[in-house]
Design a protein around this ligand. Structure first.
Ligand code: UD1
Ligand code: CA
Length: 467
């Protein structure tokens, strides 16, 4: 039977003190909920049901029109937040009773590994348990539900921290991680037996353990190897702590694969990023989205790459690259901004304070200083003088600038698009180019320079006489 995961994400996340649903707060570059969904998917779960409530529209749109589109999930709405057990009851109302192994997990557990979910499901299958609960022993158990065991050592119930007696609170060290694998049929047959008779007046999913035990159904605990992967995110400081764990984990993997980091505590890399061997990541580097960086590059310091494709032996110094590509041996920065499909071919350069938007820069071409090139194509071995700008926007429309091979553009040139500069052409400094320049031509647009011999000397003398 196929495995289903129900991921609970309807809570308000009051402890976050936020206008956004808790599960949409980002850990690295993805919302918390994405991490839970991805782990379930990688664990081999076929069907994923998200229970949403507070801020449901924001969660839905992330998976339907936003960045999370790669994941197909089903939604169940829990309009009133009456507890984790009530959330599962809403699933039954919306989808009927589910059959087969049914993983229930919380949307605020971003660090859980797919292997952990997989071993929980396999344990549940092997022993035909009605419920298998993953337990953990964190150094500080406060806030977590405690596992109560019977005389024979088997699980008999889960008591929430709030509902514990002082004695239970100090003696019970094994905690509920919030990850369970139920037998779908036995869960849904009994889900209406929960009662809101606890400190919070909520329907607690954790009560299902005691209910199933009372029915003589087999309920087992599986102890997690490391409590840290099960840390729940309830507050901003727990979010920062979870981010730190994930950052270390990703950075350690990259270093094992041959990537150097001057200070790994100052490098943030998203889960879908790849980095080649012998590349060095300097402090304050952020690699987000589907960025890939080749071998032997130096990236940073102070650089942010989102959905960037960088080849081998590139230098990216204090730059921001969004949705753009660098082939091999490209140099970029300090302080370049590449966006909107900019593409630098082999040995090209975008230097200091250069912005490229949707501009293609041919092999060996250089844009070294203070330029903006938007919607432009430069051939090979072009040199763009400092301060040159493509005027690509007339207030309504964007127009293109086409520049051939071996073109030399002097400093401070305005290229008013649409305009084409032919191969080998030369454009004089400070020109405002509004007409096409044919291949091999010189184009110059500026008034003739005036020189008045001795004029300045006379001027200074006159000023002195007046004093
Ligand atoms: C829960 C467990 C606790 C466990 C801990 C692990 C219960 C009653 N308690 O406590 O035993 O040790 O997680 O981290 O289950 N949610 C809904 N609808 C609701 C209420 C909550 O969808 O009506 C969702 C929340 O969005 C959240 C998850 O369920 O993702 C857990 O809720 P939360 O309030 O964080 O539970 P904890 O107090 O952390
Ligand atoms: Ca929680």
């Amino acid at each position: 039977m196929p495995t289903t995961a129900i991921i609970l994400a309807a809570g308000e996340g009051t402890r976050m003190k936020s206008a956004h649903p808790k599960v949409m707060h980002p850990l690295l570059d993805r919302p918390l909920i994405w991490w839970a969904v991805r782990s379930a998917r990688l664990a081999g779960v076929e069907r994923i049901v998200l229970v949403v409530g507070s801020g449901a529209a924001e969660v839905r749109s992330y998976f339907t029109d936003g960045a999370g589109q790669g994941e197909t999930v089903e939604f169940v709405e829990q309009t009133q937040r009456k507890g984790t057990g009530h959330a599962v009851l809403c699933v039954r109302e919306a989808l009927g009773s589910l059959q087969g192994p049914t993983v229930v997990m919380y949307g605020d557990m971003p660090l859980v590994r797919p292997e952990t979910i997989r071993s929980l499901v396999s344990e549940a299958r092997t022993h035909h348990n009605a419920c298998t609960v993953l337990t953990m022993t964190p150094p500080d158990p406060s806030g977590y539900g405690r596992i109560v065991t019977g005389a024979d050592g088997t699980v008999s119930a889960i008591v929430e921290d709030r509902d514990c007696t002082p004695e239970q609170r100090s003696s019970l060290v094994s905690c509920n991680s919030g990850l369970y694998c139920f037998c779908g049929r036995r869960l849904f047959d009994n889900v209406d037996k929960m009662r809101p008779d606890n400190a919070q007046g909520e329907y607690y999913l954790t009560d299902m353990v005691g209910i199933l035990v009372g029915l003589g159904e087999p309920v087992c605990a599986l102890a997690a190897e490391d409590y840290r992967e099960l840390l729940g995110v309830n507050s901003r400081s727990q979010l920062a702590a979870a981010t730190d764990v994930m950052r270390r984990h990703i950075n350690e993997r990259l270093m094992d694969e041959g990537v150097s980091m001057l200070d790994p505590s100052q490098v943030w890399v998203g889960p879908d990023v790849t980095v080649g061997p012998d590349t060095t990541l300097l402090p304050q580097t952020f690699l987000w989205g589907r960025t890939s960086v080749g071998a032997d590059c130096t990236i940073g310091p102070n650089s942010r790459l989102t959905d960037a494709v960088v080849g081998d032996r590139c230098l990216v110094d204090e730059s921001v690259i969004v949705g753009s590509a660098l082939d091999d041996d490209v140099s970029c920065g300090p302080r370049a901004y590449l966006r909107g499909g900019a593409h630098l071919h082999d040995h090209a350069k975008a230097g200091t304070h250069v912005e490229l938007k949707g501009a293609e820069v041919g092999r060996g071409s250089k844009v070294p200083h203070l330029s903006y090139l938007g919607d432009a194509r430069l051939g090979d071995n072009v040199n763009i003088g400092g301060g040159t700008i493509t005027c690509n926007y007339d207030g309504r429309h964007k127009s293109r600038t086409e520049i051939g091979d071996h073109v030399f553009i002097g400093s401070d040139v305005m290229l008013v698009a649409p305009v084409t500069i032919g191969d080998n052409a030369l454009v004089g400094a400070a020109s405002c180019i509004t007409r096409d320049v044919p291949a091999g031509a010189l184009s110059l647009e500026r008034s003739r320079q005036l020189v008045k011999e001795g004029w300045a000397d006379t001027y200074w003398e006159r000023l002195e006489e007046e004093d």
